[in-house]
Ligand binder design. Structure first.
Ligand SMILES: [Zn+2]
Length: 389
């Protein structure tokens, strides 16, 4: 198979922050960065059909190796033409390796140097995942970007446990690299190391020596404070090669996305827009709105006056009514609005980096979100739904 050139063109960097504007080439088209990938766990971004999904501005989506290997099984997906043909999404797709789900969803996960063994959360079946198997599944799925299998530890853990998992993550990354056979699939390595700056830099440096086409920062947004996460990014991002894309896994709130862009992150994925949309929470530049709140009952305004999404053709009162009446259109419309919101946010960041105004963009967005997000941390009702795996 001919080797595709997964080039990352760094088109500009911000002067006041570490924000970067780039273009990442994939066999299914370019991805303009910073970019946000909606999560399509089971080969679908929940509740959003393909045409409205494209209309949100999403360029690349994420599929879950763990879920798709259990159901319908990667061989079924391969027989039906791979994940692109199977799902109908003809743009770029990234698949995770299953590492995160192995240690969050699966039951009784046991790790040896050779592999992880666990019971399926669906039917309790005993399943084995090795680095080579994670590569083989993702090659059967045929994603544009595959992730290496990493050993994720539940925190808090002793320094010995964290160090042991970190060394295994490095050895497993090397095994994944050796196992890869597809020239049209890029493999990204994953930096682990908890919140310890030295371990993060060590892991990033070791992985950079292996020369992967891209690097992810994993193991964040798992219960640490935003300040701790940003401090971790401050040391990890500069330790990664400048000319390769950087992907922050599973993050986050709009604030987290903007703060991570300011620290040099290029790619994001998170279930926040869709999971919160299903729970009647809409993201806006004035902070999140909880539509079940009675104050929206007779509100004639759209969620956002300048949003082009189909939800914003309706009033907040109507959208609230859909949720109160248990109509499936409510979760669908709010999911579309929220994914559109994240896409407009990263598009705004790209434009601001190009124009040299990212610092102002960041300050303006943070000021708009400040009040409700402060409330979310305390007793206010307009909070975010907690993030789950
Ligand atoms: Zn909208």
């Amino acid at each position: 198979m001919q080797r595709f050139d997964f080039r990352f063109d760094l088109r500009g960097t911000d002067r006041a922050t570490a924000a970067r504007r780039g273009t990442f080439q994939t066999p299914h088209g370019p991805v303009e960065t910073p970019a946000f990938m909606p999560v399509g766990t089971n080969g679908t971004v929940k509740g959003i059909a393909l045409d409205p999904l494209r209309a949100t501005g999403a360029q690349m989506i994420l599929g879950n190796t763990y879920h798709l290997s259990l159901r319908p099984g990667e061989e079924t997906v391969r027989e039906l033409g791979g994940l692109h043909a199977f799902s109908g999404w003809d743009g770029p797709i990234l698949t995770d390796s299953g590492g995160f789900q192995l240690f969050s969803l699966a039951q009784m996960t046991k790790v040896t140097e050779e592999r992880a063994t666990f019971r399926s959360h669906i039917d309790g079946r005993l399943i084995e995942f090795s680095p080579e198997r994670a590569v083989a599944i993702q090659e059967a799925l045929g994603s544009d970007v595959a992730m290496v299998l990493d050993h994720v530890v539940a925190l808090p853990a002793t320094p010995e446990v964290i160090a042991d998992a970190l060394e295994r993550t490095l050895r497993w990354a090397e095994r994944c690299r050796r196992a890869a056979t597809r020239g049209d699939q890029a493999q990204f390595a994953i930096v682990q190391g908890g919140l310890d700056p030295e371990r993060r830099v060590y892991c990033a440096t070791k992985l950079a020596e292996m020369d992967f086409p891209g690097y992810a920062i994993g193991g964040l947004s798992v219960g640490e404070t935003p300040t701790e996460m940003y401090a971790c990014l401050d040391v990890t991002a500069p330790a990664l090669p400048r000319e390769k894309p950087r992907y922050l896994m599973g993050v986050g709130t709009p604030t987290d996305v903007v703060e991570a862009i300011a620290r040099g992150v290029d790619l994001f994925d998170c279930v926040m827009p869709t999971r919160n949309g299903r729970n009647a929470l809409a993201f806006t530049d004035q902070g999140p709105l909880r539509l079940r709140n009675a104050k929206h009952e007779r509100d004639p305004q759209p969620l956002e006056a300048d949003c082009p999404c189909p939800a914003c053709r309706h009033s907040r009162g109507y959208l609230r009514h859909l949720f109160m009446a248990g109509e499936m259109l409510g979760p669908i419309l709010l999911s579309i609005h929220n994914v559109t919101y994240y896409q407009r946010l990263v598009a705004g960041a790209r434009g601001a980096i190009e124009a040299g105004t990212f610092a102002e963009f960041r300050a303006r967005k943070l000021a708009g979100w400040k009040k409700p997000e402060a409330a979310a941390a305390g007793s206010g009702e307009e909070g975010f739904a907690p993030e789950l795996p």
